[in-house]
Design a protein around this ligand. Structure first.
Ligand code: SF4
Length: 429
């Protein structure tokens, strides 16, 4: 924090580091989950929405095993399965889809927004879900709104499912000139509540979230809207919000004590919060987060870390693990390097880091083997083979299923990375 009176300024470098280093760009075979995975956390967030995947049995299997099947409650996701007859063009998939949606909406009057989620098979047979949504809306609006987006795994990574879903909602947001803070990206409800208390204490508001908890409670957007990003993977949705007049508040992401303070400071400066007041509110929490991290420092400090490109959370998490826990960054790979989304993070990575974008999986695995990192963060498909070769791994997907944002979750976030190393220590004793 700055010692100067006035606005809160967190003194972090805004240039240098990895901001200007050459990026290793790879365009080869990739090992990632598809965007359907986003339904796992989106269906928990948007409590009055239903996600209907229009896909194959493989898609149904993926989403059911990733989300788990609730036997005590009606799930808010499902799959309209395209059969061989649909895929061969022998049946009218549109008729079948309309019938499935009608039955679903009749049986589930609680559904207020129905997402038709495209998949690889629906895209391959060119099933036009935008047209299907239009057709269905003519029948079911205003009780239900039907929206479509793609969760297909063709040329995407798994967190793009959320980006596509949010982008599909942007045209539906009401217009407003009201001055407001809009937090963009799914946060666990518990984290959202913690941030709400902090924003209130700082005198920042009104604060709204996108996505909201209820799909009928869509936030307005316009020239008075300031965007504070909670997730780095919603680039397309953010660009759509900017096109509607919103302004982006550049900030690191709220991971760890430092990241959370810098994130809050970006909003506090915009709301002219007094620096001393900001310090009084945030410093005890930042201090507590720092103490929580102490428990994991001995395990993580000096350890060499390799991020394979998967969740798009790689850059901010690498910053947190390096700056707050002393980990050494060997390579930070990310599926897409979107400078608009991670521009405030790149100067915080040491310039010695190899920054890579995209994937050529065999070449990247060769770099892992050559570098022999202490910990490799990667997708599920790569973790088991790497473990068999003797590497400690962490599944990146866990990072989107677990509350990891904010001061109170900083130690939990550190623990996620410490756990595989501690387990290894125990096994070798
Ligand atoms: S959308 Fe594509 S990648 Fe995802 S489960 Fe279905 S077929 Fe597989």
């Amino acid at each position: 924090m700055s010692d100067r009176p006035g606005l809160p300024v967190v003194e972090l470098p805004t240039s240098g580091g990895c901001a200007d280093v050459p990026v290793l760009k790879e365009r080869g075979q990739r090992e990632v989950f598809c965007g359907l995975t986003g339904i796992v956390w989106l269906h928990r967030k948007l409590q009055d929405a239903f996600f209907l995947v229009v896909g194959s049995r493989t898609c149904a299997h993926l989403i059911q095993s990733a989300a788990g099947v609730m036997i005590f409650a009606e799930p808010r996701f499902g799959t309209a399965i395209l059969t061989d007859r649909d895929l061969a063009g022998m049946a009218d998939a549109n008729d079948e889809l309309d019938r499935v949606c009608a039955t679903l909406l009749e049986r589930r009057p609680d559904i207020r927004t129905l997402f038709l989620v495209g998949s690889c098979p629906s895209e391959v047979i060119k099933l036009d879900l935008a047209k299907a949504a239009e057709r269905l809306n003519a029948r079911v609006l205003p009780r239900v709104r039907v929206v479509n987006y793609s969760g297909s795994g063709i040329e995407t990574t798994f967190t793009q499912g959320e980006d596509n879903a949010l982008k599909a909602l942007v045209p539906l947001l009401p217009a407003s000139d009201e001055r407001q803070l809009l937090v963009v990206g799914t946060l666990a409800d518990v984290v959202e509540d913690q941030f709400a208390r902090l924003f209130r204490q700082l005198g920042i508001g009104p604060v709204r979230h996108f996505p909201p908890r209820r799909s009928t409670d869509l936030p307005p957007v316009g020239p008075g809207t300031r965007l504070l990003l909670a997730q780095p993977f919603n680039g397309e949705a953010v660009r759509a919000l900017l096109a509607r007049g919103a302004t982006l508040l550049p900030a690191p992401y709220p991971f760890g004590g430092e990241g959370t303070t810098a994130w809050l400071a970006a909003a506090a400066a915009e709301w002219n919060v007094n620096a001393e007041h900001f310090r009084q509110v945030t410093q005890p929490l930042h201090e507590r987060a720092r103490k929580g991290l102490d428990r994991y420092r001995a395990t993580l400090e000096g350890k060499r870390l390799f991020f394979m490109p998967d969740s798009q959370l790689e850059v901010p998490l690498a910053r947190f693990l390096h700056r707050e826990l002393g980990m050494q960054l060997v390579e930070v790979g990310t599926p897409y390097l979107d400078r608009q989304m991670v521009g405030a993070e790149l100067p915080l990575l040491p310039a010695t880091t190899t920054l890579s974008e995209g994937q050529d999986v065999e070449r990247q695995l060769d770099r892992v083997r050559a570098a022999k990192p202490d910990l490799t963060v990667c997708g599920l498909g790569l973790a088991n083979p790497l473990e068999r070769e003797g590497f400690a791994t962490k599944w990146s997907i866990e990072l989107v299923f677990t509350p990891i944002h904010g001061y109170d979750q900083a130690a939990d976030l550190a623990e996620i990375f410490a756990r595989p190393l501690l387990r290894r220590e125990r096994l070798t004793v």
